[in-house]
Design a binder for this molecule. Sequence first.
Ligand SMILES: NC(=O)c1ccc[n+]([C@@H]2O[C@H](COP(=O)([O-])OP(=O)(O)OC[C@H]3O[C@@H](n4cnc5c(N)ncnc54)[C@H](OP(=O)(O)O)[C@@H]3O)[C@@H](O)[C@H]2O)c1
Length: 277
Amino acid sequence: MTVDPASVPEFLYGTAWKEERTPALTELALRTGFRGIDTANQRRHYVEAGVGQALAAVYRAGVVTRSELFLQTKFTYQGGQDHRLPYDPAADLTVQVAQSMASSLEHLGTDFVDSYVLHGPASGRGWSDADAEVWAAMTKERDAGRARWLGVSNVSARHLAQMVATGAEPPAFVQNRCFARLGWDHEIRAFCAARGIGYQGFSLLTANSEVLGHPLVARIAAREGATPAQVVFRFARAVGMLPLTGTSSPEHMRQDLASRSLALSDEEARAIESLAA
Ligand SMILES: NC(=O)c1ccc[n+]([C@@H]2O[C@H](COP(=O)([O-])OP(=O)(O)OC[C@H]3O[C@@H](n4cnc5c(N)ncnc54)[C@H](OP(=O)(O)O)[C@@H]3O)[C@@H](O)[C@H]2O)c1
């Protein structure tokens, strides 16, 4: 099922690594204007229940309603978790997905998420039988109305090719770390573009310090009265990505959203795209 771009916000606020600051920072992001939230039922890196507290607070304050938001969370295999599991590790994977989803909905105070993502395949080598079982279970959750769309994260071109070759329903989203030196994940983005799959990029700043310091980016930033980080986010949108930011800074939250209105020509976008390739 492909995504209707009009129903997805232009930016996702990422809630990883915020621990006890998760409720306050997520609430601030929503009050600043973010309408897309990315989290995971993986206590090791995320406090999903804290995201739920922020949502409850903004609903109560009348800042936004559930229907104006895009909420995304993830199923994480036991190998990516610590001891704080959202499911019974002795249960089969199908049951683990159902338990993790039920726990996410409770944390987030909702009866559906907009996007449910497989945090990462079971193996770096390829799409496995375990992944096929988890994906089928996620599809069941979607069909039951608990998710609108499904996604996969941390995938290679090989994972995606094998997934599709098994006859599995393709994802609506791919969420990957986006390295400029790999042509900004060019191969995966091309796969997504050809199939109407939404590409979500994370670590756009932290993985690409050489781009942030590049004279071309500095020149555009100076012309626009903007920062290099804003130019990178604007570029990401220009080439069809849905960017994530997990900033903890109120100023950076405003800047990241404001990057949407910077001027960037097609030629400049192409030049940035080929900078580090
Ligand atoms: N699927 C996965 O496996 C996976 C993995 C990693 C991340 N994610 C998702 O992606 C989200 C974002 O993570 P990320 O890896 O991209 O890193 P991030 O958490 O967004 O970190 C960005 C870093 O850049 C700094 N920064 C400087 N200027 C900035 C600006 N204008 N805007 C934003 N940041 C600025 C931030 O510092 P300040 O805080 O001071 O701004 C921060 O230290 C996470 O919260 C999570 O939701 C998913």
